[in-house]
Design a protein. Sequence first.
Length: 200
Amino acid sequence: MPSEILSRREETRVCAGSARLLPGLFAALSLVLLCPLACASNAPPAAYATTRDALADLDEFAVLLLKAGLPTELLPRGRDLSPQEARQLRMHFHLFPPKASEYAPWLVADVLLLDVTLKTEAVPRAELGRRVQEFQPLVVLRPDGYLAWALTGKEQQCVGPVGVQDGAYRAGTFEVGTFYMKDETDTWRPVAVPVLVATH
């Protein structure tokens, strides 16, 4: 009987001690849990926030500009592209020559931007996106002698070394900077890409 009383007293002592520890334990846990929130609210802005924002609203035309080598911070933001914006983009592209992998998209971008500079009003981005699609089946001869897909810049085949022939840079029958498309006989034929100028 006395041992039973003693064990009950010990249990009571342990329970009372645990009850005293609980508020301290809850306080420590709440500090640990709240610290990440407090630290997160004081964290500096994400390093790539501007790039993420720019890439979030990409359309076909913006992807083309990126493929052509335009930095994300220079991507035009509006729903329309004005002739002045197109001139500035062309100046940037001509100031920084493209890498081999950027050459074909760079040429497509140059054609579209030239088209916009010749207009009197801004061109909707949706229209530019539609025109981008027209280049999907086309290839271009790069200065390094490779045919590359116009929109992706991916190499299609090696034609050979480029040299000056008949006043132009050529490799075989292909001319640098000219667009080509396969005909019904599976032969690459040059195609004229029209520049659509708005009527005044």
